[in-house]
Write a protein that binds this ligand. Structure first.
Ligand code: SF4
Length: 661
């Protein structure tokens, strides 16, 4: 396989540091050489791209109140002037002729236009009446990490602090829940260990079943740039199929679906057997844990797994790894013994910095959390993480993935920077929100799919959906479409375009998109990025957050939201920051976010934190614990979990012949 260089790669995926001009514009960018701009050149305004979790910086050309062109932001620490084809074409999504411009309510089976105030009145009335007749847990909300931080925070405050129900979940549950759970179980806290800058320092990249060249091409181009400048750098893929990333890799290894966990354990076994482990790091910074093993495959209603970690010893861990010899794992994975040993040698080489990257294929496995743990185990055994070029990084897919679902309290068991089960977390939320602590329910609600099953059974009777399209994306669609259309179920959908989900709605509220309002996304490297309102939304469209606030005011919850439309982001960010006052989570002030192209939290005394848990880089890490302080756990250690390989829940057969990876 011949490695391609960055220039060839960029051509192939339509990524470059030039501008894209929308179909309605007649000029090009100043960045394009030789082009003379017309007199009515646009005003360029900065925003993070909203189309994936990478969070590239874009400059959007505004002319006549309209977004007319896009180019990469050279000041962006994420993308340094680059963008991919999705980013360049992203603003066209604002200008479809079929944008939803006004509210609609269902009458006699048909959605018909209605004034916004009537739609808000109807939504509030339905919430009130449903709770009166069936209790607080008969209402629910389903959102996503397409939400800005303000949208997410207002949803959490309204449902958990206002209505007193934990029936709030996001689509991030489906594709990123295991990445979050992996971080929390291995390190005690959510949020990436390192940052994209690791790509500028690593000597070896191991890409675990992620087609980075096509899903996150700006990041992949950064790896290629690193290799081009340093010919000793190697890119290795371990994947279930051959895609563009494999063609660019120095070594592409194929393995069977659902075998990453076994391979990771085999690598750990080799590191131990060949004495390539970092004994000092292990002694000072690592503990060993066993967890539950009889967890089924998530099909049961409820679906929450309460982990009860049991201490294990080094000897027990070594004995556990004897089930994962290269010979045994070759049989499971199809990866040869020689290649398993070679992969272990890459991690074990004390002279090379190693970065592992994985994404949806690993995270969306039925043992996604365990596989995340096993990949962290490799790095913990050799002490290669949370330092420049040594990192283990789970890439997830939506623009607020570093904040909205994990930190703003938009999962069924979470509060802003807290858990609903934790009394201290509930007390803090109640105090900041100005509500009685008794209103906050200490029991997590059942997660997303159970929520839809409850809709089917009639336990949930009111569901508000924002920033996601579940009637397109859920499994068992016919079942949940019937549930949503069932008599007695009332579904509200905030959307910008007609979708299969608006088809089942009783009320549709027109949603403002992206920079039609101001907002903040937090990407997967913990970087908060602000964008101002640049254009006016069409018709009556308004932000998801403001729609919730309008309804809250009709629910006698106005005191929770004493905000003004123009300034509510300032107040929301201020409140949200009050949940993040310690040095492990502190957020940048909004004034600084407005002035800069993104800042990473924890942000302390004007400094970003690029590598967490490192005493050298992280102000929350106490050097009394050594070079690292894994303060997320009370024992100040990272945890190596003994996670067994289990057969896949289903394998292809004649009726269903494909693995979906
Ligand atoms: S890689 Fe993601 S964030 Fe960057 S331009 Fe493409 S879609 Fe946008």
């Amino acid at each position: 396989m011949t490695p391609v260089d960055r220039r060839t790669f960029l051509k192939g995926v339509g990524i470059a540091s030039v501008a894209s001009v929308t179909s309605t514009a007649a000029f090009a960018s100043a960045a394009a050489p030789g082009v003379v701009l017309p007199a009515n050149a646009p005003t360029w305004k900065r925003t993070p791209c909203r189309l994936c979790g990478v969070g590239c910086g874009l400059l959007v050309g505004i002319e006549g109140g309209r977004a007319v062109a896009v180019k990469g932001d050279p000041d962006s620490p994420v993308s340094k002037g680059l963008a991919c084809v999705k980013g360049y074409n992203s603003v066209q999504a604002l200008y479809g002729r079929d944008r939803i411009r006004q509210a609609m309510v269902r009458r006699d089976g048909k959605l018909v236009p209605a004034p916004m105030h009537e739609a808000y009145d109807l939504v509030a009335q339905q919430i009130k009446e449903t709770i009166r007749l069936h209790g607080k847990d008969s209402v629910a909300m389903y959102g996503s990490a397409q939400w800005t931080i303000a949208d997410s925070y207002v949803a959490s405050k309204l449902f958990k602090g206002g209505l007193g129900t934990n029936n709030l979940d996001t689509s991030a549950r489906l594709y990123a829940g295991s990445a979050s759970a992996g971080l929390r179980s291995s390190f005690g806290l959510d949020g990436a260990l390192g940052c994209y800058e690791d790509m500028d320092h690593a000597d070896t990249f191991v890409l675990w079943d992620i087609n980075l060249a096509e899903t996150d091409p700006v990041l992949f181009s950064r790896m290629l740039a690193r290799r081009r400048a340093n010919p000793a750098v190697r890119i290795v893929t371990v994947s279930t199929r051959t895609a563009r990333t494999e063609y660019a890799a120095d070594q592409a290894l194929l393995c069977a679906p659902h075998s990453t966990l076994a391979i990771a354990n085999a690598i750990c076994g080799e590191l131990v057997a060949r004495e390539w482990v970092n004994r000092d790091f292990l002694d000072r910074h690592v503990a060993f844990k066993r967890g539950k093993t009889d967890i089924g495959n998530g099909a049961a209603d409820g679906g929450l797994i309460l982990e009860n970690p049991i201490n294990a010893t080094w000897s027990e861990y070594v004995a556990f790894l004897t089930d994962f010899t290269p010979d045994q794992v070759q049989a499971v994975s199809g990866l040869s013994v020689a290649n398993i040993r070679w992969l272990a040698s890459l991690y074990g080489d004390p002279m090379r910095r190693v970065m592992s990257v994985w994404g949806r294929s690993v995270n969306q496995d039925v043992r996604g959390t365990w596989t995340n743990n096993a990949l962290y185990n490799i790095h913990l055994l050799v002490g290669k993480l949370a330092a420049p070029g040594n990192g283990a990084f789970a890439i997830t897919g939506q623009p607020s993935n570093g904040g909205a679902p994990h930190d703003a309290g938009t999962l069924t068991g979470t509060l802003p920077r807290g858990r609903v089960e934790d009394e201290a977390d509930r007390r803090r939320a109640a105090e900041i929100w100005g509500v009685p602590v008794e209103r906050l329910d200490p029991t997590p609600s059942a997660p997303l799919l159970s929520m839809f099953r409850q809709l089917e059974r009639g336990d949930i009777r009111f569901l508000w959906i924002q920033a996601t399209d579940p009637m397109m994306s859920l499994p068992n669609l016919d079942r949940y479409r019937r549930a949503a259309a069932r008599t007695g179920a009332f579904v509200v959908v905030s959307e910008a375009y007609a979708t299969p989900t608006t088809d089942v709605a009783d009320v549709v509220l027109p949603a403002a998109m992206w920079f039609e309002r101001e907002g903040i996304f937090i990407n997967v490297e913990r970087r908060a990025q602000y964008f101002q309102q640049m254009v006016v939304p069409p018709g009556d469209a308004t932000s998801d957050a403001w729609q919730m606030i309008e309804v809250a005011r009709r629910l006698d919850l106005a005191s929770l939201f004493p905000y003004e439309p123009r300034s509510h982001l300032d107040v929301v960010w201020d409140e949200y920051s009050r949940f993040h006052t310690d040095s492990a989570s502190s957020l940048p002030p909004l004034a600084e976010l407005r002035a800069q192209a993104g800042l990473q939290w924890p942000y302390v005394d004007g400094h970003e934190t690029r590598w967490r848990y490192s005493a050298e880089h992280d102000p929350a890490a106490d050097s009394a614990h050594g070079a690292f302080d894994f303060y997320g756990h009370d024992d100040h250690r990272a945890w190596i979990w003994l996670r067994p390989q289990e057969p896949a829940a289903e394998v292809p057969d004649r009726t269903y012949p494909f693995w979906l990876t």
